[in-house]
Design a binder for this molecule. Structure first.
Ligand code: CTP
Length: 407
C-alpha cells in the first residue's frame, strides 16, 4: 500500500469567523484521510458559522475554542499545543485575524497559539472583496509575507455577500494540495550546510577589541532559509544580539582565529559552506594580558592579517560548494568577480555598502555571481532576500552536482 502522504504530520488548523468556514469541514476530512493529525482551534466568531461538534467528529479530537478552558488546558496547555504543532494553517483567515496576527495580539486561544508557536504558518484568507483590497489588509498581508507567513489565495469569483471579485477562500481540494506541497521534504533535506555570520572581535587587551558594524542579520536570515529548505544547518556566529533560528545548531565564537578553527573542524563534512561573516581582516599582533593604561601620549597597535576562512575552505581538496559574500563601496560587480576568481569560489553574493544599505539596515539587495553567470536580486527584506539567494544556491549546487555525476 502507498504510504499516506501526510502520515502523522501534526497540523493545527485555526478557523476564524467567515461563511467559508463550512469548507473547512471538507478540508479536515481530506487531511485526516491523508493521514494527518489535525487539531482544530476555533475563534468565538467561527463557532457561529460551523459547530465545533462537526469539526470534532471529522478531526477525531476535541476542538479547542477557549484560552480559559481549564479542563482542556489541563489535558494539553496552550504552550504545549503550540509546541505540538508542526504547521499552523488558518482557514478561513478573516481580515480581523490577519490584522491581529500582524500586530502580534494574543487575545484569544488562536492568536495566542500563533504567537507562541515556532511552526511555519499559512493563512487562507476569506473576506468581502473591499475588505481584501483595503490598504490596511494589503499592508497586513505584505507584512506577514515578509515575516514568512504563506498566503494561499484568495480566489476570485462570486461571494456570499453578493459581490464578485477577489476574497473567496480556496476550495478544500486546493488547500489540501497546498498542505501536501508544503510538507514535502525541502530541496536541501539531508544536506549538511555550514554558515558563518556576524562580526568577529579581536582582543587588544582584556577589555578592548577591534570589530565592525555587522549585525549578523543577513547570515542569520540565510541560516533560517537553509533550515526551511530542509538542510541540517550549523551556524558559526561571532558575537551578535540575534536569536538563532529554530532547528539550527549554533556555535558561538569571538575572534577570527576561533571562527577559523570552528569552521575547519567541520568543513570537510559539509556539502555547502556559506561565508556570511564579516571577519576582521586584521587582528592585534598580540593581545595584552593586562588592561593598557593611558600613560603614553600616542600608541601604536601592530596588526597582523587573520586567516582567510573562506579561501581556506575553497582550497580544501574535498571541499563543499563554497559561497562567499562581498561588501563593496564601488565597482561592485568587478570587485566581486575578482574575489570569486581569486578565492576560487562557486558563488559570491555582493552588496553595496553605504547609502543606507548594508550592515545595519533591515533591507538589502544583492548581485549574485558564479563562474558562468550572474543575477540581480532587488531590494527587499533580508529574510526574503536570503530565501531568494538560497534558491539560487540550490540551483547552482544541483547544477554542479549533476555535471560531476555525469563525468
Ligand atoms: N572572509 C573570511 N575570512 C576572512 C576574511 C573574509 O572567511 N579572514 C570571508 C567573508 O566571510 C566573506 C568574504 O570572505 O564571505 C569577504 O571577502 P574579503 O576578501 O575579506 O572581502 P573584503 O573584506 O571586502 O575584502 P577587501 O577588503 O579586499 O575588499
Amino acid at each position: 500500500m502507498e504510504p499516506l502522504s501526510l502520515d502523522r504530520r501534526r497540523i493545527l488548523l485555526g478557523v476564524t469567523g467567515g461563511i467559508a468556514a463550512y469548507k473547512t469541514a471538507e478540508l479536515v476530512r481530506r487531511l485526516r484521510v491523508a493521514g494527518a493529525e489535525v487539531q482544530v482551534v476555533m475563534t468565538e466568531a467561527a463557532t457561529r458559522f460551523i459547530t465545533p461538534l462537526t469539526l470534532q467528529a471529522l478531526s477525531g479530537r476535541p476542538v479547542r475554542t477557549e484560552l480559559w478552558d481549564t479542563a482542556a488546558e489541563a489535558a494539553m496547555g496552550h504552550i504545549e499545543l503550540a509546541r505540538w504543532a508542526e504547521r499552523i494553517l488558518v482557514a478561513p483567515a478573516s481580515a480581523d485575524f490577519l490584522a491581529k496576527l500582524r500586530a502580534g495580539r494574543a487575545d484569544d486561544l488562536l492568536t495566542t497559539l500563533c504567537l507562541a508557536a515556532d511552526a511555519p504558518t499559512a493563512v487562507a484568507p476569506a473576506m468581502n472583496r473591499c475588505m481584501w483590497e483595503h490598504p490596511a489588509t494589503r499592508e497586513n498581508v505584505a507584512a506577514l509575507q515578509v515575516r514568512g507567513v504563506q498566503v494561499w489565495g484568495p480566489d476570485r469569483g462570486s461571494q456570499a455577500c453578493g459581490e464578485t471579485g477577489p476574497g473567496r477562500m480556496l476550495e478544500a481540494a486546493e488547500l489540501h494540495r497546498c498542505v501536501i506541497e508544503w510538507l514535502q521534504p525541502g530541496p536541501l533535506s539531508g544536506v549538511d550546510l555550514l554558515i558563518t555570520a556576524g562580526p568577529t572581535r579581536e582582543a587588544i587587551d582584556p577589555v578592548r577589541f577591534l570589530s565592525n558594524r555587522s549585525s549578523g542579520k543577513m547570515g542569520y536570515a540565510v541560516a533560517r532559509a537553509a533550515a526551511e529548505a530542509g538542510a541540517t544547518v550549523t551556524l558559526v556566529s561571532g558575537p551578535c544580539a540575534l536569536e538563532p533560528p529554530s532547528k539550527v545548531k549554533l556555535v558561538r565564537v569571538e575572534s577570527a582565529s576561533e571562527m577559523y578553527t570552528a569552521v575547519m573542524d567541520r568543513a570537510v563534512e559539509q556539502a555547502i559552506f556559506i561565508g556570511a561573516a564579516a571577519v576582521a581582516d586584521y587582528a592585534p599582533a598580540a593581545s595584552r594580558p593586562e588592561k593598557i593604561k593611558k600613560d603614553a601620549r600616542t600608541m601604536r597597535l601592530e596588526l597582523v592579517k587573520t586567516p582567510d576562512i573562506l579561501a581556506a575552505v575553497a582550497a580544501l581538496e574535498k571541499r563543499p560548494f563554497t559561497v562567499g559574500f562581498a561588501a563593496e563601496t564601488d565597482h561592485l560587480k568587478q570587485h566581486a568577480r575578482a574575489k570569486l576568481e581569486r578565492k576560487g569560489l562557486d558563488m559570491i553574493a555582493a552588496n553595496q555598502v553605504g547609502g543606507g544599505l548594508g550592515f545595519e539596515a533591515e533591507e538589502n539587495r544583492l548581485w549574485v555571481l558564479w563562474p558562468e553567470g550572474e543575477r540581480h536580486l532587488p531590494t527587499t527584506s533580508k529574510l526574503e532576500l536570503a530565501r531568494q539567494l538560497l534558491a539560487l544556491i540550490v540551483e547552482r549546487y544541483e547544477a554542479k552536482n549533476s555535471v560531476q555525476d555525469s563525468r
